[in-house]
Write a protein that binds this ligand. Structure first.
Ligand code: ADP
Ligand code: MG
Length: 275
């Protein structure tokens, strides 16, 4: 069932809303899928500019139908650009982290049906550091923290990372600056956040290639087309391509293998240790 490398499960989070999590989740998913990778985007946020809009697709059902047992995961998944598959979110999604054993078993079974040869499972998370977000982050193999070069975004990113490291002992945390004017602005941003992390938490986190502020992001969204086909030579498209290279090079966390079924198990386990 698993490919030799297995499924890489990546959570995309931020301290503050509106910093570009959904934009990055969707465009990273499409970029990887356009390279022939099998990618599922899991919308675990309820924000306005949700993953459906970002991928330009419409979903008749959503995850609440899986939670209520009316549909299987396979039945709610919709096809997006470049073969990306979307698991549409629902208002009950945070309860995924607080299900009982029987419900978890049902969801695990549902996930096992779609698992075949999946390369990337990208989780577009809600902003902030709620228990539910932390449970999701604990269940992922890599965590991308999106931040903008704005005081509130920086402070909230730091607060999120502090909880991830101190309260949940999470590793594989990667800073991802978004909407930067220059590449060096992004690099400086990561350096300064990392120096605070080093001083106060005694550790360091990794950082990824910054994504440029680019009006094509909004224009492609309005035209319901993926950025990489709408504006293939745009700055942001180039950035997503470099980011996708880096994501392809991320190490597989050998302590967290086993794919999607185990993702759900970890989710349930993380919740159990919190309550
Ligand atoms: N790199 C970027 N350049 C320009 N606009 C962007 C960029 N990233 C995000 N945006 C815009 O910012 C808004 C918020 O982004 P979104 O991805 O919905 O944030 P989040 O999911 O973190 O709430 C959207 O209108 C989106 O089009
Ligand atoms: Mg969002």
């Amino acid at each position: 069932m698993f490919t030799a490398r297995g499924t890489q499960i990546i959570g995309i989070a931020s301290g503050k809303g509106g910093v570009g999590k959904t934009t990055i989740s969707a465009n990273l998913a499409v970029t990887l899928a356009s390279r022939g990778k099998k990618v599922i985007l899991f919308d675990a946020d309820l924000g306005l500019a949700n993953a459906q809009l970002a991928l330009g697709c419409k979903a008749p059902y959503n995850f609440s139908h899986v939670l209520s047992g009316q549909k299987t995961l396979k039945e709610i998944i919709v096809d997006g650009p470049a073969g990306v598959q979307l698991v549409p979110g629902a208002s009950g999604i945070q309860h995924l982290a607080s299900l009982n054993r029987t419900e978890v078993a049902g969801i695990i079974h549902s996930f096992s049906e779609i698992e075949e040869d999946l390369d990337y499972f990208i989780v577009d998370l809600a902003a902030g550091l709620s228990d539910s977000v932390m449970s999701f982050l604990s269940a992922c193999q890599h965590r991308l923290i999106v931040l903008k070069n704005e005081p509130s975004s920086i402070a909230d990113a730091y607060a999120t990372i502090k909880v991830m490291i101190q309260d949940h002992s999470l590793q594989n945390i990667h800073l991802l600056p978004n909407a930067v004017l220059t590449h060096s602005e992004g690099e400086h941003l990561c350096k300064s956040v990392n120096s605070v992390i080093k001083n106060f938490l005694g550790s360091q986190v990794d950082h990824l290639h910054p994504i440029s502020a680019d009006e094509m992001v909004l224009r492609s969204l309005k035209s319901s087309q993926p950025l990489i086909t709408f504006a293939p030579t745009s700055k942001a498209t180039r950035d997503f391509s470099i980011l996708a290279d880096q994501i392809e090079e991320l190490e597989h966390d050998t302590t967290l293998t086993g794919g999607l079924q185990f993702f759900v198990e970890r989710l349930a386990a993380a919740q159990a240790t919190e309550s």
